[in-house]
Write a protein that binds this ligand. Structure first.
Ligand SMILES: Nc1nc2c(ncn2[C@@H]2O[C@H](COP(=O)(O)OP(=O)(O)OP(=O)(O)O)[C@@H](O)[C@H]2O)c(=O)[nH]1
Length: 928
């Protein structure tokens, strides 16, 4: 939301459809006003309400809305969406007639200007017999003249008040009900931030109480002819209502009457412009400074709940029923205290967010100077005449001037009331000079002379640049002999990064031969600065500081203050225009003027601006760090997860190892089976049988062949494969583990694990593999296998012989039923038919032996495969645990970082919100 929303009365937002003639603008805006006159003619930024006459003197309101509706945004930061208007009391109510306003000449306009700059808090435009058109035109004109210095109320005509965006209405006791008037105004302008003021004219104590309590008027105008009587009545009214009461009792109020009114509790009285003109400054000063006012009141009934800071004891106190009005200066102090708290919070969070950000010292300095005098910083290229401008302002040649660079350090000029002999300059450890001088202008502002900005003088340029953020107002001195150089533009751009308000001085204007040349140069500079700063509000004073100084020195007795007559009648135009510059600066010192309020605002905004800048830099840094921390966390997670990819790749290779082992067992199995089939034949029956009958003392040749030639070498070969497999597993996983470790250590060298115990434990994790495959093969004894084979064969032979009578085997029968080898058939051929059954079982028995051998081999293959898988899984689990242990500190660190950054982001955004609120309060300083 634009901050402008909180300045509903800034000129640029005056939503009148009346075109104000430029001659009129020139007449009503004083020449020294701090804004460009073109402001008045600028298009309004808010959707305008056009007042369209319906021919009968009444006005209809047409609200033009942009076709694209803006996104709904919170209305204000104020509770309930509205800011309650606050009224400075005691003050006067100025009553004006539309004709009087429209016909006002320079004198009348100047008188109104003077009235609202200090004494008058409310201007009432009477409706009288005036037509709606006239009333509207007068209201618009008044509004632009008052700016935000006084509330403008239109008598009776809510429609005109709404159309002209006046602050409210004053209703007669017969007029509209208060609530209707207020709602009508609210409805007519949805973007209102400050509640409209609705006041009522009353004539009796009862109607005063009724208007205040039942109707909820914001303030009262108590009418009557006899001041004495009204004074007495107001006393009792004052006791029963809790809102400001102004008295209206005819034309000329004497000082004594005014005092009596104030003393009885009136918040002020109504006056006409003519009467105000008669009061005179002495009357007003005496009246308002004497403290007759019995109580200050806040519009809207006050009531409890308003908090005020007691500046003396630093405590917040709850205000009682009648809220005290907060004076601008007090409000300034209040804001300073709030600002100090918020800025200290900002420093804390900046230190957390960016511990290396040296610029935080800028904020520290700004806080320490928050209630110091306004800092007017004179900047410009070397030799542009900065020192001469300062001397001319001070009225004495305090600073050295010269064609060669003369200012090499930042020099503070502060006020002292010591006499000339006791003036002194001190050099501070940070290299800055502080000079104490008795020039009156320094009472309210500290002037800072800075070294010239120019790329040739880099050190000096840096000094000045570093000082810019601390400035409350920059006085940018441009030399007429080289207007707006490249380096001046660069410097200006830089100063805008800090959003500094700058006033421009075109010095050495005396070198122009005529007004035409001067005007050309002025408009050239103005146009360029306007373009550069993207604003129409450029204040440029063409001056001759040298002539101004010389003129002042001639009038040596008038130290410190420019003698206007002398300058104006003096040497040159550019010297006299120095007076305009000086007048502008003096108006800055007067809190009751717009530039004076600007000064307070600028002063308060300086540290906020610095904090804003630093906070946004911190925000960027923290967001970046957050991104990095997230990346780090993801990178650690990637390392942990990459163990799975590694496992997948390993799995493929591991399968090959297992296949190799299994194929070795398979080959061995086939070879054994082949040998058994070749050896256990009926043709060898006798030989086998003889071994079988010899018993276990002698072993069969087949068995020893199986053991020595087949299984023995096969077991060795498998053992070798397993050994290689285990080595492969170990080296692969340790190598991978080392890679992970190196990559983590490389990414976060500061976190590499120092603890040797952890190192050891991690390495153990990688080493520890059970070697289940080897254990299986070690448990496999080839001799035991051979022995068991031999046992099987023996069992087979004995089984065969147990049923076989040597005679009676029928070979022919056997050959017909047995699917056997040729040799078996031959053998069977010689057998007698009696041995048929026994012999016929032989191949089946041999087959069983073979099956047993196969089963053994398959079991071994299965066990080995499972063991190898276990070895593999265990190795990978170990690697996984290793990586988890290894990455833990990195993960913890990255997560902690993330958590810390999230917390900082939250703190930053909280402080930023407080800064925003503070900025709005500073912008609204004038509303009080
Ligand atoms: N013609 C003319 N010369 C001026 C005017 N003001 C200053 N000068 C001269 O310009 C020269 C530089 O003036 P300074 O005031 O020393 O300039 P400066 O910007 O302070 O210079 P540094 O401190 O070195 O950056 C001096 O010779 C002044 O006399 C002026 O209004 N008209």
């Amino acid at each position: 939301m634009s901050l402008l929303l909180f300045q509903p009365w800034t000129i640029s937002m005056v939503p009148c459809s009346v075109t104000v003639p430029s001659s009129l603008v020139a007449a009503i805006i004083p020449r020294h006003a701090s804004f460009s006159r073109s402001h008045l003619l600028r298009r309004p930024r808010t959707p305008p309400i056009a007042a369209v006459s319906n021919g009968s003197g009444q006005f209809n309101q047409q609200v033009f809305r942009p076709t694209q509706q803006p996104l709904p945004q919170p209305r204000t930061l104020f509770p309930g969406g509205y800011k309650r208007p606050e009224l400075k009391v005691p003050s006067l109510v100025l009553q004006l007639d539309p004709d009087e306003v429209l016909a006002a000449g320079d004198d009348a306009l100047n008188l109104i200007d003077k009235a609202v700059s200090k004494w008058v808090g409310i201007v009432v435009l009477s409706s009288n017999e005036a037509s709606g058109g006239k009333l509207y035109e007068a209201a618009c004109l008044l509004k632009s003249l008052l700016r935000d210095r006084a509330y403008l109320l239109v008598a009776e005509r809510v429609d005109i008040a709404a159309a002209a965006t006046a602050s409210g209405v004053l209703l007669s006791d017969q007029g509209l009900p208060t609530v209707v008037a207020r709602n009508t105004m609210l409805d007519s302008k949805s973007e209102l931030v400050v509640l409209p003021l609705v006041a009522r004219i009353v004539h009796t104590a009862d109607s005063a109480v009724n208007a205040s309590k039942s109707e909820g008027a914001d303030f009262l105008v108590y009418g009557g002819d006899d001041v004495k009587r009204v004074s007495q009545e107001v006393g009792s009214v004052y006791q029963s209502v809790k809102i400001p009461v102004f008295v209206s009792c005819g034309e000329n109020v004497s000082y004594a009457e005014a005092v009596s009114l104030f003393s009885s509790g009136a918040s002020g009285f109504v006056t006409s412009l003519a009467s105000f003109g008669l009061f005179g400054d002495e009357f007003l000063h005496k009246l308002f400074d004497a403290g007759y006012a019995s109580g200050n009141r806040m519009v809207g009934g006050g009531g409890g709940g308003n908090k005020l800071l007691d500046v003396d004891n630093g405590l917040w106190s709850e205000m009682e029923a009648v809220a005290g009005f907060v004076k601008l200066e007090d409000r300034g102090k209040l804001l300073i205290e709030m600002e100090r708290t918020v800025l200290n919070e900002a420093i804390e969070v900046i230190k957390k967010a960016a511990p290396l950000m040296e610029e935080v010292s800028l904020l520290n300095d700004a806080i320490s100077q928050i209630d110091e005098p306004f800092l007017l910083v004179i900047v410009g290229e070397f030799n542009s005449g900065k020192s001469t401008v300062i001397n001319a302002l001070l009225g004495k040649r305090y600073l050295n001037e010269g064609v060669v660079p003369t200012t090499n350090e930042i020099t503070f000029l502060r006020y002292t009331d010591l006499n000339i002999e006791q003036q002194r300059c001190e050099r501070h450890p940070d290299g800055q000079y502080i000079c104490y001088l008795p020039a009156p202008i320094l009472k309210e502002m500290t002037i800072v002379d800075t070294p010239g900005t120019n790329v040739i003088l880099q050190r000096q340029q840096r000094l000045t640049e570093e000082f810019v953020p601390r400035a409350d107002l920059l006085l940018f001195v441009i030399s007429a002999d080289r207007p707006l150089t490249g380096s001046e533009i660069a410097f200006l751009r830089y100063s805008q990064q800090w959003k500094k308000k700058a006033v421009f001085v075109l010095n050495k204007a005396d070198i122009y031969r005529n007004t035409h040349e001067l005007e050309e140069a002025t408009s050239f500079i103005k146009d360029n600065i306007q373009r550069l700063l993207n604003t129409e509000d450029v204040i440029l004073y063409p001056v001759s500081a040298r002539s101004a100084l010389e003129a002042k020195l001639m009038c040596a007795s008038d130290v410190g203050k420019l003698n206007e007559e002398l300058l104006i009648s003096g040497s040159s135009d550019s010297a006299s225009s120095f007076y305009e510059l000086e007048k502008f600066l003096y108006s800055f010192l007067d809190g009751s003027t717009i530039p004076g309020m600007d000064r307070m605002r600028l002063k308060l905004e300086t540290p906020v601006g610095i904090a804003d800048r630093l906070m946004s830099a911190c925000g960027t840094l923290v967001t970046q760090d957050y991104r990095y921390a997230k990346q780090d966390l993801a990178a650690v997670d990637d390392v942990v997860n990459s163990v799975n990819d590694f496992a997948l790749n390993m799995e493929t290779e591991s399968l090959l190892w297992r296949r190799q082992t299994l194929s070795m067992i398979e080959t061995t199995k086939l070879r054994v089976v082949e040998l058994i089939e070749a050896s256990l034949q009926l043709s060898n029956f006798d030989i086998i049988a003889s071994y079988a009958f010899k018993g276990e003392k002698s072993s069969m040749p087949t068995t020893s062949r199986i053991q020595n030639d087949i299984i023995g070498p096969a077991v060795s070969a498998v053992q070798k494969i397993l050994e290689e497999h285990e080595n492969w597993l170990y080296s692969k996983s340790t190598q991978q583990g080392r890679l992970y470790k190196e990559s983590l250590e490389k990414r976060w060298p500061s976190l590499s694990c120092e603890n040797s115990q952890i190192h050891f434990e991690m390495n153990q994790l990688l080493k520890k593999v059970d070697q289940a495959g080897s254990q299986v093969i070690e448990g496999f004894s080839s001799s035991a296998v051979s022995k068991s084979f031999e046992h099987e064969v023996r069992e087979m032979i004995l089984g065969t012989f147990g049923q076989l009578g040597v005679a009676g085997l029928s070979a022919s029968l056997l050959t017909s039923v047995l699917p056997t080898t040729l040799e078996d058939l031959l053998a069977l051929g010689i057998c007698s038919a009696g041995g048929y059954l026994a012999i016929s079982n032989f191949p089946a028995r041999r087959q069983r032996v073979i099956e047993k051998v196969k089963r053994k081999a398959d079991t071994l293959a299965y066990e080995l495969e499972e063991a190898m898988k276990r070895d593999f899984t265990e190795a990978l689990e170990n690697l996984d645990s290793f990586v988890k242990v290894l990455s833990k500190p990195y993960q913890v660190e990255a997560q902690n970082r993330l958590n810390r950054l999230v917390a900082i982001q939250e703190e930053l955004s909280n402080v930023e919100k407080k800064l925003r609120t503070l900025q709005i309060d500073i912008q609204n300083l004038h509303v009080s």
